[in-house]
Design a protein around this ligand. Sequence first.
Ligand code: GLU
Length: 282
Amino acid sequence: MAAPFVTRFAPSPTGLLHRGHAFSALTAHAAAKDSGGRFLLRIEDIDATRCRPEYKAAIHEDLAWLGLSWETPVRRQSEHMADYDAALERLRAMGALYRCFRTRGERAGEFAAAPHGPMDAFRGAPLPAEDEAQKLAAGAPYAWRLSLDAAAARLGGFERLSFTVQDEGEGEGVVQARPEVGGDVVLARKDVRVAYHLASVIDDALQGVTHVIRGLDLADAAHVHRLLQALLDLPTPIYRHHRLILGPDGKRLAKRDRAETLRDLRQRGITAGEIRAELGFD
Ligand code: GLU
C-alpha cells in the first residue's frame, strides 16, 4: 500500500486571492492527485481584527472556479481556539514561554499572519519577577514569546532536530533545523490569542498532514515549526516549497500591494482554463 499523502492549502481570509494563491492551491491539489492522496482546505482566520466573512466566501468561490475540490468539513481555525490554548498551556507549563513587554511598533497582524518576508529573529528574556509584577499591576500590554534558550535547554540543543524538504528543483534532502532564524517568536497575545506558527503546526498534526506544500518564502518558517513539533511531541511532515509567482515588477504577489485578484481576472473575462495554463496546469 502506498504511503498516505495528505496536503493542504491554508489561506487567511484577509483579502481576495491572487495568482500566487492559485499557484499554491493548484500545486498542492495536483500533488495530492498524483499521489492518490488527500487535499484539504483550511481557513486560517485567527486574527479577528483582519479576517472578513466575505473573504472566506470568496476563497471557496475562487477555488471552485479554478476547478479544485476539497474535503469537508473545512477546518476554520477560529472554531478551535481550545486546541491552541491547550498547547499554549503546555508550553507555559514547561517554562518555554515568557511575557515580553516590548510592544514597540508591533501589530497583531505580524504574528497572526505567516511571515512571508524575513523574520524578526529577536531574542529576549523574562523580566525579573518584581519588574514583571509591577508591569502587570500597571496593566502594561505584553505578548507571550517562545524562549529559544528554554527550548534548547529542554531538548538538549537543536542538533537533533531535522526535517525533510523537497524543494522545487532541489530534490529531496534532510536539513537540520535552525529555529534561531525566527528568534523568540510571539505565540500569543491578548487580542490575537494564538500566532500563525503555533496554530499552523497544531492543525497540520491534527489533520494528519504528511506534506506541507507552500511557497519558498515560507521555507524559514519550517525551522520554527520543527521546534514547536519537538516541544509538543507532534509528528513532522515533509516540507515542499514551491517557486513564487512574481508580478510585473518582479516582486512576489501580495495582497497588500493590490495584486490583481482572481475575481478581477474573472470579471475581465479570463477563464479558469487560461489561468491554469498560464500557471502550468492543464
Ligand atoms: N495562512 C498562511 C498564509 O496565508 C498559510 C501558510 C502555510 O501554508 O502554512 O500564507
